[in-house]
Design a protein. Structure first.
Length: 227
């Protein structure tokens, strides 16, 4: 088992290094995608299917390896593809990448963490068994929690893969739509702050916390219809 995990870790590091050679620093930046926007649009018009598949593959790779730049890729998707195709590509690519990252974390770290911090993880496991989907939904909607960190932390838990997939896809959809829509006017964007305003961050946070707060209120103050 240790040997297999070591080989898997080496393969993961190798993939990370190859990805950085393929996507060197600065490639996934706002300036870079704006500079190549017209050339990429011409390529999409020339080979739409191949371009969509390549975009999907790159997005999965970036998400799975936790390479910074997924937000800029989403903006680029808004500039390159129609709204419906952009949502389809980004939503499924980001969720697939996130699930692969979570499974890698689970395979490499969960057993060790569960044994090393057995007492603490007992509490975490109980909470996840009770409302794991709610916690994941909240974390996905809170911009303060980075994408890669949520994948890493959820990999340490016993949350089911299917539940992880559909909750992630649902919770990440609002931000996906907002970034894709912003990408349609890519030339007017100077930084991500133009998209994620403080008010929008607060709104996402409240939306993520709403199911958890509602459940807590109903458990603490049960409402009965009996007279």
């Amino acid at each position: 088992m240790i040997m297999r995990k070591t080989l898997f870790l080496c393969a993961l590091l190798g993939a990370f290094i190859l990805a950085f050679r393929f996507l060197p620093p600065g490639t996934l930046s706002l300036d870079a995608i704006k500079a190549h926007q017209h050339a990429l649009i011409a390529q999409v018009n020339h080979a739409p299917v191949q371009s969509a598949l390549l975009y999907f593959a790159v997005y999965v790779l970036v998400s799975a390896l936790s390479i910074p730049g997924a937000a800029f890729l989403t903006l680029l998707g808004g500039a390159l593809f129609t709204p419906w195709l952009g949502v389809l590509l980004v939503s499924f690519a980001s969720t697939l990448g996130a699930t692969l990252a979570m499974l890698a974390s689970r395979y490499l770290l969960r057993d060790w963490v569960q044994q090393r911090f057995a007492l603490q993880m007992k509490t975490v496991n109980a909470g996840m068994a009770h409302d794991g989907a709610g916690y994941l939904f909240a974390l996905r909607l809170m911009p303060l929690f980075p994408f890669f960190l949520v994948n890493l932390l959820m990999g340490l838990t016993r949350l089911g893969v299917r539940r992880y997939w559909w909750v992630s896809q649902l919770a990440m959809l609002p931000a996906t739509v907002i970034f894709l829509n912003a990408g349609r006017a890519l030339g007017n964007i100077t930084s991500l702050r133009d998209i994620l305003s403080p008010g929008l961050i607060v709104a996402f946070t409240l939306l993520g916390l709403f199911p958890l707060v509602t459940r807590w209120l109903f458990s603490r103050y049960p409402f009965s219809t009996k007279k």
